[in-house]
Design a protein around this ligand. Structure first.
Ligand code: SF4
Length: 470
């Protein structure tokens, strides 16, 4: 489904490169390929070995860096960030990388995820005299690093990481090193690659393909990579790890050409569609997917069911982002502007509409109506994920429980509300089976479906809309 109108948004992508003379250019291309993870702001920090410089701004990557800014960012290493802003948190001060200077060196940070104990730590740090420049929880880590009693930067970072809880893929740049860390549950994806002699890291492997890098491996939960002119070192900042990669990365967020823990996202989505067809078969004439992220699942459903796949819905790619406003009325209007049914394909047909999630239900109803207005005889909705019943505290901007339609309504009630002829969701077991992770590599987070959160949730873990996460 379309991220802008759905109310279910990824919050950020990170990229880093060490040891390349065109580091900022490579970071720029890497960020381009991660643009789907955040469209509200972008930034790049570089080091030339003597100083760290940052350029960033509000907007798409090519808007922020379209005026020669990259020429000012010369250096051998760079980190970059694209961000999605939650309501009220879209100001320039929250665009990353965050950059802090002090007499003993600077530090730039880029973060994907959400710290669940950020508020408690922030209060503690403020009581100790810290002054925060942004409302981003990412800044908490910077203060913890600066305040750590250790003298060595690596030890400072390890010490700080041991205090933050939640989901984080951090890329940190100093004058003479790049450090990369993944939380003990490995909730967000983060991969390591090589580009000639240079090291690259990225939220998704699609960023490696665009810059010509080779994927080496995924960063492990609890791992801290220290990359400098001497090479790369892998250390652990905790041994208390329990892999729980976000299931929604496979279902919806990541690009289909990315691989997470060796599993291609398009293939995983196709399998979700196949599994869904096995669990909830239906007699119909055509299968169609809601562009873009549900196309793979729809192809899988069609393959398994033997019902032909057709392009029953077309996405209008040229609607400006700014058109989509965060109000329900405009969101619904946005559906009309963004999607069109293909009358010749759906007219007089029994249509299976495959989508990857239902958040509030209003967007689904709009699409069902659209298909009927185009002449569909029946519209059967099949969702390639279980119902989302619980909010995410790990960096995905889901609605609050009160807005999540599946939190309070049965499948039958949702079916009536979206005006479909039938509605079925994938089962929890089917989701695990279809993604097919090798559980020796750890499990996956299912908390928005099951309510079983892989980390402790702190009393002051506020609602995602009330705080700026990334
Ligand atoms: S709660 Fe859902 S969206 Fe959030 S990390 Fe877990 S699986 Fe992903």
């Amino acid at each position: 489904m379309l991220a802008e109108i759905k109310g279910l948004n990824e919050e950020c992508g990170v990229f880093g490169i060490w040891g390349h003379e065109n580091a900022s250019q490579i970071a720029y291309y890497g960020l381009h390929s991660l643009q789907h993870r955040g469209q509200e702001g972008a930034g790049i920090a570089v080091t030339n070995g003597e100083k760290v410089s940052v350029a960033k701004g509000v907007g798409l990557v090519n808007e922020v860096f379209g005026h020669g800014e990259l020429n000012q960012l010369q250096g051998k290493a760079a980190i970059g960030h694209v961000r999605y802003a939650t309501a009220g948190g879209g100001g320039f001060e929250n665009v990353q990388p965050l950059h802090f200077r002090s007499h003993n060196g600077s530090i730039a940070l880029a973060h994907n995820g959400n710290l669940v104990n950020a508020n408690a730590l922030k209060h503690q740090l403020e009581n100790q005299g810290s002054i925060f420049q942004s409302t981003s929880d990412t800044e908490v880590l910077a203060h913890l690093i600066k305040r750590s009693g250790y003298s060595d930067m690596k030890d400072k970072v390890k010490n700080a990481l041991s205090m933050v809880k939640g989901a984080y893929a951090f890329v940190i740049l100093t004058e003479d090193a790049m450090m990369v860390a993944l939380d003990p549950n490995g909730l967000r994806p983060l991969s390591l690659g090589r580009l000639g002699d240079a090291y690259v890291v990225a939220s998704e492997t699609c960023a490696f393909d665009i810059v010509g890098a080779v994927h080496e491996r995924d960063v492990e939960p609890g791992e801290l990579l220290i990359i400098d002119d001497e090479g790369i070192k892998s250390e652990r900042f905790t041994l208390n790890v329990n892999r729980a990669i976000c299931s929604m990365e496979y279902i919806y967020f990541s690009r289909p050409d990315s691989n997470i823990d060796g599993i291609n996202v398009h293939s995983a989505r196709k399998n979700l569609g196949k599994q869904l067809a096995m669990e909830s078969p239906i007699e119909a004439d055509v299968v169609t997917g809601v562009p873009d992220s549900s196309i793979s699942a729809a192809i899988g459903f069609a393959e398994q069911s033997g019902i032909p796949y057709e392009l029953g819905l077309i996405k209008n790619r040229y609607v400006g982002r700014t058109f989509i406003q965060p109000s329900q009325e405009l969101r619904e209007q946005g559906v009309k502007m963004k999607l069109s049914p293909v009358r010749k394909i759906v007219e007089g047909k029994r249509v299976v509409m495959v989508d990857d999630s239902i958040v509030r239900g209003t967007t689904s109803r709009r699409i069902v109506r659209m298909l009927r207005e185009a002449g569909a005889k029946e519209v059967h909705v099949r969702i390639s994920a279980p119902p989302i019943k619980n909010p995410c505290f790990y960096g995905i901007d889901t609605s609050s429980s009160s807005e999540l339609i599946a939190a309070t309504r049965s499948v039958q009630e949702i079916c009536e509300l979206i005006e479909a002829d039938s509605l079925e969701f994938l089962s929890n077991e089917g989701l695990i089976e279809a993604i097919g992770r090798d559980y020796e590599n750890g499990g996956q987070c299912m908390a928005c479906f099951t309510g079983k959160y892989p980390t402790e949730i702190y009393p002051d873990t506020v609602h995602p809309h009330e705080k700026v996460t990334c």
